[in-house]
Design a protein around this ligand. Sequence first.
Ligand SMILES: *Cc1c(COP(=O)(O)O)cnc(C)c1O
Length: 851
Amino acid sequence: MPPGTAFTIAVTPKIPPRLARLEELANDLWYSWDRSTRSLFSSLDHALWGAVGHNPKAFLKRVDESKLLRAAEDRVFLAHYNSVLSAYDFYHSGPPEDCAHTGLSSSDQVAYFCFEFGFHVSFPIYSGGLGILAGDHCKAASDVRLPLVGVGLLYRQGYFSQTIDSEGNQQVIYADSDFEDLPVTPVLHGNGSEVRVEVEMPQRKVVAKIWRAKIGHVTLYLLDTDLPENSQADRDITHQLYGGDRTMRIEQEILLGVGGTRALREMGIRPTVWHINEGHAAFMVLERMRDLVRQGLPFPTALEAVAANTIFTTHTAVPAGHDHFSDDMMTGYFEGFYNDLGISRDDFLALGRAPDSNDFNMTALAIRGSRFQNGVSKIHGNVSARICRHLWPQIEPEENPVAYITNGVHVPTFLAPEWADLFDRYLGHEWRNNICDAKYWSRIEAIPDHLFWSVRQTLKSQMFYGVRARLALQNSRNHGSEAHLDRLLRFTDPVNPNILTIGFARRFATYKRATLLFEDLDWLRRIVLHQERPVMMIFAGKAHPADVPGQDLIRRVSEIARLPEFQGQILLVEDYDLRLARRLVAGVDVWLNSPVYPLEASGTSGMKAAINGGLNLSVLDGWWGEGYNGKNGWAIKRGPENMAPHLRDKEDSTDFYETLQDHVVPLYYNRDKLGYSPEWIKMAKNSMISLLPRFSAGRMVGEYAQNFYVPASRQGSHYATADYSGAQKVADWKAFVRNAWWGVAIRRLDAPANRISFGDTVYFDVAIRLNGLKPEDVIVELLIGPQLPHATISDFKHYKFECTGAEESDEQRFTLNLAVSLCGKLDYRIRVYPYHPLLTHPLEMGMMLWL
Ligand SMILES: *Cc1c(COP(=O)(O)O)cnc(C)c1O
């Protein structure tokens, strides 16, 4: 270094006019799923493209002027450029109101709030599954022109980069993003000034600036408090994703929920549907209620009006995973709020109350503030209904409003381009418009096996190249020798990628049991170290810096990977991010998932592997509970839920070892003379055919639109018409019912018959004490079905009673004549619950009385 002070100066290249639209391409996250756009950038300067971490905006600020000038004259480059632009323009063309097929109209607007969004490595505001799901939701919404805006926070530091030292210790590296390098631009008022919003915090106001990111047709708005007008502490609110303490967390969540709602208002965006994606964003409902109370609505009416068009999606399968804050903290931050809402402190805190805790629970708030709720797989929907049962105390969990919409992945993002090319040849370009069409995909059968296999091998080679590069870096940083590196890399041969390769990559959270296959090392040795049929395992993932047991798992994997006999066959690759994820899911033969049932809410990485022809070997939990069909991968059956953890791990790992040694390994190595296993390919094709359409984000977003967004929009406007008279009616009626319900009673008047003949009519007759309710305020119902040992409510048929007039003083008589159409021993029940036609879900009151 020369002496003296070092000054720096950034010299931005001038983009030649002919290539002007490169800037536009760099500012639209369309590039995150359009491979051709990314290769356009990388073709300008491959080394720089790698050096800037595949970030188009950063790339354009650094690329050599002479390369741009040359490209502007290069016919091959220009042809590529023009073809990218024409695809881009085609995607973006057409009338904006072209959303009718989603069921929504052009006046609809869905606001989707989430704590993190994962689109691409170049935009580090995500940590893992939740963020990537949110990113995929936006991408799929853009694909179908669903009118949706995202709302989130712009973190100066996204999630950390990870290195792993030679002892297996995770080191975290946080780097500041330069917002100039991110695909975001400040949102401006008409007069050119930046849009800002203010959010009250104790003794101060915090100002946030709004940024916009473009994801095709979808806009994402991101709040940022790193502004000179804020104190340093407040500037730090958007400093780090999942960093800081509880104070930081509540301030981030207030900023997202309250600030995000204000930001939309400030920009003139009037959502007709509001989606809370995970509890972090639930404060949104408070701000919206405050707005309505200020307009003169009573609090209960405001609550009904807000909840009617709000959707809440929960992603956690353990109650402890639900975000919560102490009452003291809540009081400190929300004192002003309950006055504005016109309710007492107790009533305010009651909005976040859950049993067995004195905290303010964000899931409870989100459920009280929404009328549409869902888990993210069938199993998780049931688990969530149970976890949240207290919110509908008299309703059986299986009937409460918690539904499910299973997650999906954005196929254009995660499908390797080699597959896209092969599909173009064998299915025709129209496959892109048929991603969600289950029948369409049987055409994959028509792809010749050898071509199918060759794509698999190509992707595996590429994955090996990527893994080797990372391992080489890792080795040199950890001062490993060349000889050591050779030992590590001896099985990842890109020229001959013929070793059965199993991948396990995701967050190192304990319930995911990354080390389950290390339960019995001798057994594992017999499987992995087999002379003719060797197996390789590749691990990757980050553990949250505060998650000590998670980091222990990383150490354990590292320790096993360092055992001399496993070296090179068990690999631990650092810094799992979207880029490595894309490589791994496309390249490995088998994708392993070993969560403790039923804690994997959905899981999505296995879907990414499946659409690329990888085979899943997984516990039947989350999405795999629905995806597995006996011919498209392997399932580890779930054990009893309340088994002691060490017994359950033993049980599950035994099942894994047996499946590997008896099924997975023999199938893979059962090669014909062409060098591949036809049976393996058959299974891989089955996997793609059955899973690609079903677990696509397009299918998922379609279900959100149909099941939630459309009815929520309708219900919201229904409640809002005539000065919120609908919401008012419902609120008044609910208050009335809550007061009366304690006194409602049911008794039977008829003498029960216990034997009849088929086709006979049975007469049922009950008296209900209504305690002031009117007969039309309740539904009296008979449930009848065959006597089964484990019958659930869905096994019963439902019949409504008619009110036939007053019985005694406060009793009304309800009768039912039923022609029984079933035979055998039947079970029946009689029940009554409050009902109003304006309700969103018939059981939303949570009240029910059984005879
Ligand atoms: C898909 C994905 C995840 C989620 O993986 P799960 O197996 O669902 O936990 C996490 N991180 C990255 C980078 C991903 O691409």
